[in-house]
Design a protein around this ligand. Structure first.
Ligand SMILES: [Zn+2]
Ligand SMILES: [Zn+2]
Ligand SMILES: [Zn+2]
Length: 659
């Protein structure tokens, strides 16, 4: 049984043995976290029995999640809406996103002021704009940098004083600053980095990592090669074997001074198993050497992992940071104004040999202590504090890890569940809570406050870890939580009030043409349209159009059942979206009008047309990364097919075209 090296893998192995009725004592378990010849051979030399503790821990999780999720969901259906779900990990995560949204909504911006001055340093160079840091009075210090300058009135007084002041350099000092290399990657940090750098969502990152782990065909006699170690891990540690490979690589490629091997750190709190960090299986396979064997996204992820792993054992980069302090001498000698700024110059690049990033050298002006400076302009500016930001996939995974809800194997699937259930949605990179999500979160907080608390969830994870270690038993963990939970569920079921359904309406921003009330989006498994919010008093409904015209009936008025050319609309059938024509209707079981239909999102027609045949274009490929002609369809007779198909990025300059 060579399933994945974690609890789920252990449980799968156990189930296979059970289902096939194999002899447990003679059926061996092999575990490897990289698919390389060495690792697999070693695993077979060290085969063991299936670890019952791990299987028990897995069962405890599965039972709890099923029982709890199922029972809590049953209390959501009659009070909010059918088919809703709740769960031990998804619900506290949803609660956090809701809490953040409420913080943003209730945020009151606070006014503060900044004052910059522009100085002419030399005749040749551009003026330098430097911020005021502090105003020092006999009785108080106003820390301008920390937003302590609050009003326009104050800022006018200080600006006037500065307009009549003389400026000089009061202090110059240079200190060494070190920039430390990153740690090796674990699941959470891999997902965060891949999102920050490439905007991969966490499911995409995990599926790419899975491909690299299982192996890529490198051809030329090598065949399928596993390129990275197992990607579900909460460990930052590297094995001695790979550290020695990195040492050889860095010493040969750069020099010994670039090498700085780190001691293995203790793993993050509550780490599940003694895994290794995510790393390349062979350091000698540099990203460049694999460029032709990987597709673009695989390459990006492999490069991220390789760079991080090698850089983690390299020396820090060292900068000289020079800080200049400029003081203003005003008529009022009791008040002192301090401006300051600093710039970095790279002295030793260290790990930046591998991870090059935006921060290049700053320009350091040639200034001497006590030198007088000519101020050209004093620039007061009104500012306002900003509300907290919404979570994105990276910061949400970071949050889940920091409070101990979820595990490496569940970060991506939890976010996916919340999106699938329409509790949250991705919009321009951030995760927004929906009206439904907010109602569900409030309901759960009101009735299951225990379960929604992070301490409780983290405590549960700890108990699962204890079962995995053999320190406690499945039965006792389940017993202690089951009875009080069931009592609570029954109480909620019997007493909870039905939630006000108008709170679930999703307004589109458009007005109903019949009664002027707001239109709302109606969406379920089998339908999708906009309807009047005053239903059932007003029964107005309309199709949702995509902004594209229909290519099939534009010249065929006999197909126009709406007396105008068709527009492409979004519809739903058996849970999946498809695109049809507004000139289509089912009448008495018959299809009437234009039968245009596509499972893929059309590009706006006629703004975009196939350059070969002039027909409609569709986004295709996973995630809509390609653009192809509608007539590429293989079901068409060969002579009427069109072969046009290119990468979206080659066709549309605006890569963010709405999808
Ligand atoms: Zn209406
Ligand atoms: Zn049509
Ligand atoms: Zn075409």
């Amino acid at each position: 049984m060579a399933t994945d090296p974690d609890r789920e893998g252990e449980a799968i192995a156990w189930h296979i043995v059970d289902a096939l009725n194999l002899d447990v004592s003679s059926t061996k378990r092999v575990v490897f976290n990289q698919i390389t010849k060495n690792a697999v051979e070693t695993a077979f030399e060290n085969s063991k029995q299936i670890d019952d503790y791990l299987v028990e821990a897995y069962k405890a999780r599965a039972i709890q999640d099923k029982v709890w999720g199922f029972m809590m969901s049953q209390t959501l259906w009659p009070t909010i809406k059918r088919n809703l779900s709740a769960g031990r990990v998804q619900s506290p995560t949803l609660g956090e996103i809701d809490k953040k949204e409420k913080e943003i909504q209730s945020f009151v911006p606070e006014e503060y002021w900044s004052i910059d001055s522009r100085f002419q340093i030399s005749q040749k160079s551009e003026p330098l704009q430097i911020p005021l840091k502090k105003i020092i009075n006999a009785d108080q210090t106003i820390n301008v940098e920390s937003r302590e300058l609050k009003t326009e009135q104050e800022s006018i007084i200080h600006t006037e004083a500065l307009n009549n002041a003389k400026f000089s350099v009061s202090d110059i000092n240079t200190k060494e600053r070190r920039s430390n290399p990153p740690q090796p990657l674990r699941t959470s940090t891999l997902q965060q980095q891949a999102f920050r750098r490439f905007r991969f969502n966490s499911s995409r990152t995990m599926s790419l990592a899975q491909q690299l782990y299982q192996g890529i065909d490198l051809g030329a006699g090598e065949g399928q090669v596993g390129l990275i170690t197992y990607m579900r891990t909460d460990s930052n540690n590297l094995s001695n074997e790979v550290i020695s490979d990195i040492s050889d690589f860095v010493t040969q490629k750069f020099s010994k001074s670039y090498l700085q091997v780190k001691k293995n750190s203790k793993s993050v709190q509550g780490a599940q198993e003694a895994h290794e960090a995510i790393r390349p299986t062979y350091i000698s396979r540099t990203p460049e050497s694999l460029r032709n064997d990987l597709d673009q996204d695989q390459f990006k992820l492999y490069q991220l992992i390789w760079n991080n792993t090698v850089a983690s054992q390299m020396a820090a980069a060292i900068y000289d940071r020079t800080t200049f302090e400029i003081t203003a001498n005003t008529q009022d000698s009791d008040t002192q104004y301090v401006f300051s700024f600093s710039g970095d110059v790279l002295k030793f690049d260290g790990f930046k040999k591998i991870i090059t990033d935006q921060d290049s050298d700053d320009e350091i002006p040639d200034l001497k202590e006590h030198q007088e400076l000519k101020c050209i302009e004093v620039l007061p500016e009104q500012r306002f504090t900003k509300p907290p930001s919404r979570y994105n996939e990276a910061s949400l995974v970071n949050f889940m890890e920091s409070v101990g809800i979820g595990r490496p194997s569940t970060y991506a699937s939890t976010i996916k569940t919340l999106i699938d259930k329409k509790y949250i949605e991705r919009k321009t990179g951030a995760l927004h809570i929906t009206a439904l999500g907010s109602v569900v979160s409030e309901f759960l907080h009101e009735h299951y406050s225990d379960l929604m608390s992070y301490e409780f969830t983290a405590q549960m994870e700890k108990q699962l870890d204890d079962i995995a270690q053999g320190d406690t038993e499945l039965q006792s963990v389940l017993n202690s939580s089951y009875d009080p939970f069931v009592e609570n569920v029954v109480h909620v079921y019997e007493t909870a009030d039905r939630v006000d359904r108008t709170r679930l309406l999703v307004f589109t921003g458009e007005k109903c043409p019949q009664c002027d009330k707001g239109l709302t989006r109606k969406e379920d498994y089998n339908f999708l349209f906009d309807g009047c919010s005053d239903f059932p008093n007003c029964t107005y409904t309309q199709d949702i159009t995509t902004g594209s015209m229909c290519p099939d009936c534009e010249d065929q008025p006999e197909l126009w059942i709406n007396e105008e050319p068709g527009k492409i609309t979004i519809n739903k059938y058996r849970g999946s979206l498809f695109y049809g024509c507004s000139n289509y209707r089912k009448e008495a079981g018959l299809n009437v009008g234009c039968k245009f239909s596509s499972g893929q999102l059309p590009l706006e027609y006629p703004k975009y047309k196939c350059p070969d045949c002039g027909d409609l274009l569709l986004f295709s490929g996973r995630g809509g990364v390609n653009v192809r002609c509608k007539k590429k369809n293989y079901r068409l007779p060969e002579e009427s097919r069109c072969g046009f198909s290119v990468k979206k990025s080659d066709f549309l300059i605006d890569e963010d075209a709405d999808q």
